[in-house]
Each structure stands twice: as structure tokens, then as C-alpha cells.
Design a protein around this ligand. Structure first.
Ligand code: IMP
Length: 202
């Protein structure tokens, strides 16, 4: 019998990437917002960690199933780490990816230091409130203009260290090999194996 784990996100891009990274774990059946309904969780935390815990614990409680959430932020050195935890609503609530990217480029006009990093914090929560946390970072820099059609969010502006292409210029498999999300989720793999092998008492 497979263990059901809910992906606590309604972002279809994230669902696709998480399933591409962790979908191969034997004994785990991943459920998404398309399979099991759950309420939106307001991201009112001050840190990525707080938001990831909020999302995972709320969905685990509501569905009665283990839930995996992640919160991701883009931290730009010259902006003191902004947009960070506010990456989704950088250009204002309800604004889209393009508006966020335009705002970022505007703020960096004439700025020589383009260093930035993506940081993902992943959290697995059980319905009884126990949680496990893991983090992944991808260092890089902000391009002068958006390039590429793949990915989502800030991908067209982010050039990983050692690369010339933006994340949006890479095919999804390549992004998923090196991404902040991959690094956080790989660190989560051992606890997911414990869950699927029955070693972790539910
Ligand atoms: P959240 O983790 O859902 O709060 O995402 C915050 C925002 O960061 C999203 O709205 C995207 O704009 C951006 N973001 C999250 N993950 C990625 C990624 O892998 N690439 C590019 N942008 C991302």
C-alpha cells in the first residue's frame, strides 16, 4: 500500500517541478490540489521557514494526511536580500510574474553588483503537528533583460553561477537538476523514505 502525501501548493509550476524531482520514491503516492481539496493558506510569516511551516501544517491538519510544502524567495545582494520572503508580491498583491521582473530590473538599473540567490525551504508536516525542514540554495546573478520561455517567476532573469543561460533558457530537466528546489527536496528524501518504508510512525 502506498503512503499518500499531499503537495501543499496550488502553483502548478511548483507541482510539476516537485513531482519531477521526488515522483520516483517507491511507496509514495503524491496527491495534488487536483486530487484533494484544501484551503488557501495566507503567507503571513516573516521568513520562508515560517511560511513553509504554516502551509505544510495547515494542509496536513485539514486533509489528515502528511503534507509537503515549500516556500521560495529570490534574495538580491544589492537590495539587502529583497524581494526574499515577499518575492510573490514584490510589485504588489495580485501583480504577475512580469510586473515583478520589471520592478526588479528597474531597481537594479545601473547597479553593478548583480549577485543573487534563490532559497527554498521545504517542510514535511504530519497531521499530528510533527515537522521536518530542509533548505536548498542556488547562487547566481540577475541578467540585464529577461531571456527564455521555460520555467516561471524570476527564471528569465536568473543566471546560475557558472552558466551563461538564464534558468528560463534551460529545458525543465536541466533546471530541475541544479535548482534550489531540487537541493531542498533532495535533503528531504531520507525522511520520505522512512515514511514510505513504515519506519516513521504516523
Ligand atoms: P512562493 O514560494 O509561492 O511564495 O513563491 C514566491 C515567488 O517566487 C513566486 O511567485 C515566484 O515569482 C518566485 N519563485 C518561486 N520559485 C521560483 C523558481 O523556481 N524560479 C523562479 N521564480 C520562483
Amino acid at each position: 500500500m502506498a503512503f499518500k502525501v499531499v503537495l501543499a501548493t496550488k502553483n502548478p509550476h511548483k507541482v510539476e517541478e516537485i513531482l519531477a524531482i521526488l515522483g520516483d520514491i517507491p511507496g509514495i503516492e503524491w496527491l495534488t490540489f487536483r486530487d484533494v481539496p484544501f484551503s488557501d493558506v495566507e503567507e503571513v510569516g516573516e521568513t520562508l521557514e515560517e511560511n513553509a511551516i504554516l502551509k505544510a501544517t495547515a494542509v496536513a491538519r485539514e486533509t489528515g494526511l502528511p503534507a509537503l510544502a515549500e516556500d521560495t524567495g529570490l534574495e538580491v545582494e544589492a537590495l539587502g536580500g529583497a524581494p526574499g520572503v515577499r518575492s510573490a508580491r514584490f510589485a504588489g498583491a495580485g501583480k504577475d510574474y512580469r510586473a515583478n521582473n520589471e520592478k526588479l530590473l528597474r531597481l537594479l538599473e545601473g547597479v553593478r553588483n548583480r549577485r543573487a540567490r534563490f532559497r527554498t525551504v521545504a517542510v514535511l508536516a504530519l497531521p499530528d503537528g510533527r515537522t521536518w525542514k530542509a533548505e536548498g540554495v542556488l547562487e547566481g546573478e540577475i541578467a540585464g533583460a529577461p531571456r527564455g520561455e521555460h520555467g516561471f517567476g524570476y527564471d528569465p532573469l536568473f543566471i546560475p553561477e557558472g552558466e551563461t543561460r538564464t534558468l528560463a533558457e534551460m529545458p525543465p530537466e536541466e533546471k530541475n537538476e541544479i535548482s534550489h528546489r531540487r537541493r531542498a527536496l533532495e535533503a528531504m528524501r531520507p525522511i520520505l523514505h522512512e515514511l514510505s518504508s513504515g519506519k516513521l510512525r504516523l
